[in-house]
Design a protein around this ligand. Structure first.
Ligand code: SF4
Ligand code: SF4
Ligand code: SF4
Ligand code: FES
Length: 589
């Protein structure tokens, strides 16, 4: 590729042909502000450069109009100026135009403090809003249990559309109408819940404003904690162990497990449990299910079932492939019914009074917990007063808000320990938080169960990392077990199309996580969640795995105890009653 030389703010810079002015400026050490532009939404090179905000405009010598730098390629000999009075005035006016019809209630806005629109107005010293226009008046869409849409705060950057369509291939959102009436909305103008949206929250991660955010359920938890009749237990997902600290100034990927437990105890929860414990339980059930399918000519490849966005994706787009999905519930939905049965019995607590809260990296977990079939404890006790197995799901971002509300000095908390019975998790469970982790954890257990031998090496490096599709094979007593791992629904779709076409028949087990990087990149995680953040969080996950004393699910003493005292055996009667589920073909609306 030929090179192009141009001048930016008096500096000569040479870049390959086709480079944008924005990137050339970066190379010259010149920062041009952007708002709608987004690169690397996820793991693949996804470039969103629709040129909607015009905050990145620059002056090009010889051109009458300013040009947007994020999507204009360089030309030989170009002379560019990035902060002339004309450029600065245009950027400010563009922002003022955006603010003129925006519902500007920053102090009470869910994005206050982490809003890119707010931040860029501060950066560009916007101190007034000269154009005074009519305010937008679109209805707020709170139909989804996971995502809240407020189109009155939308700046039409369309990042959400790219995340949904290109990264996730769900394509649930559209730009509709023109001018003042233009709106980004669920396809066909339907409420979000009535579309094929899988509730993954990747749109919320990239939305620069509060136009798409997670549903806030923190007040339900405050009320439950304050209710003397309720025994409120909380569980924390594997990925939260290395992400919550970011919001309190700790380096990305720091293991904050002990501090998180301490914070939850200070918030007033009666017992603090670890979803890592039920991730180990999931491995027992899912691993045995896989062995059973292999031995009995069951439907293969078996798909993992921990990611609720992925499950809805199969139900919506590939209902014919539902029999491939493991019948195991996700770790969140395993801990819920066990808290209201086994734990209730052991502690002598009326299960009606047990209130289960989950801290999850994922917005789709809110949807999952609300699925009508997730009421196994109610069926177990034949008691309609027990409703859902998991009463409230909070995302990482919501827990962060509760910790701030309570005035807890998170970064300086001492480390505390989870409560017993459902508080011990292994390294295998910890790696559930990263793409490839469920697969690796399953192999650590399946290998030892099938061969009766100790694994020579615990680390399955082939299934780790940000490559979108990864594979590995393991010999177990003469059978070569072949596995695949994919993350992001775009990558999942590639695999699903092949399976539908009759390919990949010789694979046994496929792990899919709806979010890029796995749960560490979940739609409920701290913002920003860039590729760099995802990689550092993954590093933190594997570091924690390495330092844990037990690294295989079947060696977890609390898991051994529940089988001995309550469940008896994996895939047994009680397991089926409490830990397994079914799926629902949904298809296009
Ligand atoms: S979206 Fe940003 S600019 Fe708009 S009200 Fe919220 S915090 Fe303020
Ligand atoms: S939650 Fe996921 S599927 Fe739903 S609109 Fe957002 S990106 Fe699309
Ligand atoms: S909802 Fe958010 S991401 Fe989507 S167009 Fe509006 S401001 Fe941009
Ligand atoms: S960042 Fe270039 S037009 Fe918005």
């Amino acid at each position: 590729m030929a090179n192009v030389t141009l001048t930016i703010d008096g500096q000569k810079v040479t870049v390959p042909e086709g480079t944008t002015i924005l990137k050339a400026a970066e190379k010259a050490g010149v920062k041009i502000p952007t708002l709608c532009f987004l690169e690397h939404v996820g793991l693949r090179h996804i470039k969103h450069d629709v040129g909607a905000c015009r905050v990145c405009v620059v002056e090009v010598e010889g051109k009458k109009d300013l040009v947007s730098s994020c999507n204009t390629p360089v030309e030989e000999g170009m002379v560019i100026r990035t902060h002339t009075p004309k450029v600065i005035a245009a950027r400010k006016l563009n922002l003022e135009m955006m603010l003129s019809d925006h519902h500007l209630d920053c102090p009470t806005c869910p994005k206050n403090g982490i809003c890119e629109l707010q931040a860029i107005c501060a950066e560009l010293n916007v101190r007034q809003i000269r154009p005074q226009g009519e305010k937008k008046d679109f209805p707020i869409d709170d139909s989804s249990p996971s995502i809240m849409r407020n189109p009155n705060k939308c700046i039409l950057c369309q990042r959400c559309i790219t995340a949904c369509k290109v990264l996730q291939t769900v394509d649930a959102l559209e730009l509709y109408g023109n001018g003042f009436d233009a709106v980004v909305r669920p396809k066909g103008g339907l409420p979000l819940i009535e579309t094929q949206c899988v509730a993954c929250g990747q749109c919320a991660l990239v939305c620069p404003t509060a136009a798409i955010v997670e549903k806030d359920d923190t007040w339900k938890v405050w009320e439950a904690i304050a209710d003397p009749n309720k025994h409120v237990v909380v569980q924390t997902a594997p990925a939260t162990h290395v992400t919550i600290g970011e919001a309190f100034g700790l380096p990305v990927g720091t293991d904050i497990t002990g501090k998180m437990v301490a914070a939850l105890k200070r918030l007033g929860f009666d017992a603090v449990f670890d979803t890592n414990w039920s991730a180990d339980l999931t491995i027992m059930e899912e691993g045995y299910e896989l062995i059973h399918r292999i031995k009995n000519n069951g439907v293969l490849p078996q798909f993992t079932s921990c990611s609720p966005g992925w499950i809805k994706f199969v139900e919506e787009f590939y209902p014919d492939l539902i029999p491939h999905i493991s019948s195991c519930k996700s770790p969140q939905q395993m801990l819920g019914p066990i808290a209201k049965t086994y734990y209730a019995e052991k502690k002598g607590i009326n299960p009606e009074n047990i209130f289960v809260v989950s801290i999850m990296p994922c917005t789709a977990k809110k949807y999952e917990a609300a699925r009508p079939e997730m009421n196994a404890a109610s069926k177990y006790w034949n008691n309609p007063n027990i409703t859902r197995d998991v009463d409230v799901v909070l995302t990482s971002r919501e827990l962060i808000r509760m910790i701030r509300e309570a005035g807890i000095d998170f970064a300086n908390l001492p480390d505390e320990k989870y409560d017993p019975i459902m508080g011990e998790g292994t390294g295998a469970a910890q790696i559930f938080g990263a793409t490839g982790g469920v697969m690796e954890a399953a192999l650590r257990t399946a290998y030892e169960v099938v061969t009766g031998k100790t694994l020579p090496r615990l680390d399955f490096e082939d299934v780790r990392g940000m490559k979108d599709i990864k594979e590995a094979s393991v010999n177990m007593n003469g059978v070569t077990v072949k596995v695949l791992v994919a993350h992001s629904l775009g990558a999942a779709r590639q695999l699903m199309d092949k399976i539908r076409a009759g390919e990949l028949k010789d694979y046994h087990f496929i792990e899919i996580m709806a979010c890029p990087g796995g749960c560490i990149g979940g739609g409920g995680q701290p913002i920003p969640t860039t590729v760099e953040e995802r990689e550092l969080r993954i590093k933190g996950i594997y570091e924690r795995d390495k330092k844990l004393p037990i690294r295989k699910s079947h060696e977890n003493p609390e898991i051994q105890a529940i089988y001995k005292e309550f469940l008896k055996e994996p895939l047994g009667h009680k397991s089926h009653q409490l830990l397994h589920t079914h799926y629902t073909p949904r298809g296009k609306k």
